[in-house]
Design a protein around this ligand. Structure first.
Ligand code: G1P
Length: 289
């Protein structure tokens, strides 16, 4: 069945980014000339998905506004003869169909995804976490869809991380199946050091069969007292099977100070308007170190 819908949870407080995220959603923080959430939505669009379902909370309306048509702005730009910019803004509001659903209580990532159940219905869908930006030739979501077309079961994107960092991630243990693909045996959310031999960390890209909602509905609070997506994934993997996919590309944790700065450099060096001057500047700075 064609994968048409993407769920993007954006309800979290963004405590890792305070005070910057106190009054604006962390998803609206800028990388070069667009907010991080726009990169995520552009990945979805480039992968052929047709609808985005945002899981929001109070204070996140700036995200909805960003993808909406702004009548006043359109007229102002056209009055000032800034047609090109007006067109760009219109393009943004026509990128993709965006709907939003509220997560009324901050009960965890699993609970956030469960809120999309009535909008997703009985079809496979993708989940993208707003903190994880992936740069690559082929959009990460597209790569996962390609694998799904082969295997017909759920897929989670993974990357190898240093052993001392595994406690920060959902970790997957599996059996190699083919190049970059592993059949999942066990998954554990933020394992205590020394409790897993695997270094395969889940990054924020999932392609899920709709049965995940049944498991999410019965998942009890796990790590950190939250309803964890990883716990429901384990149940789904046991029932239907699931694959871990080592995607091609570079992932940035834009929800972390250092990761955010790295993302700015990477995206800045690829931005057609500024890449040359920015590259020269970076070289100059590097020499001074
Ligand atoms: C979430 C998931 C975790 C995953 C991580 C990737 O954790 O629960 O399994 O490895 O995203 O970014 P969070 O970073 O939201 O605590």
């Amino acid at each position: 069945m064609k994968v048409r819908k993407a769920v993007i949870p954006v309800a979290g407080f963004g405590t890792r980014f305070l005070p910057a995220s106190k009054a604006i959603p962390k998803e609206m923080m800028t990388i070069v000339d667009r907010p991080t959430i726009q990169y995520i939505v552009e990945e979805v669009v480039a992968s052929g998905i047709e609808q985005v379902i945002l899981i929001t909370s109070e204070g996140k309306s700036a995200i909805e506004n960003h993808f909406d048509y702004n009548f006043q702005l359109d007229h102002l730009l056209r009055d000032k003869k800034k047609e090109r910019l007006a067109e760009e803004m219109n393009h943004l509001s026509n990128l993709i169909d965006v709907v939003s659903v509220r997560q009324k209580k901050p009960l965890g990532l699993g609970h956030a995804i469960l809120q999309a159940r009535h909008v997703v219905g009985d079809e496979p869908f993708v989940v993208l976490l707003g903190d994880d930006l992936v740069l690559g030739e082929v959009p990460c979501t597209r790569q996962m869809l390609n694998l799904y077309n082969d295997v017909g079961e759920s897929v989670v994107a993974v990357q190898r991380v240093p052993k001392e960092e595994t406690y920060q991630y959902g970790i997957v243990e599996g059996r190699p199946q083919s190049d970059r693909v592993h059949r999942i045996k066990r998954m554990v959310e933020k394992p205590a050091p020394g409790t897993t031999s695997s270094d395969m960390a889940i990054i924020g890209r999932y392609l899920l069969q709709p049965e995940i909602f049944d498991y999410l509905a019965t998942t009890t609070p796990g790590h950190g007292g939250e309803i964890q997506l990883t716990d429901a994934l384990q149940a789904l993997a046991n029932q239907r099977g699931m694959y871990a996919y080592e995607f091609e590309g570079t992932r940035f944790d834009a929800g972390d100070k250092l990761g955010y700065l790295k993302a700015i450099i990477a995206f800045g060096l690829r931005h057609p308007e500024i890449c040359e001057n920015f590259g020269d500047h970076i070289k100059k700075v590097a020499k001074q170190l």
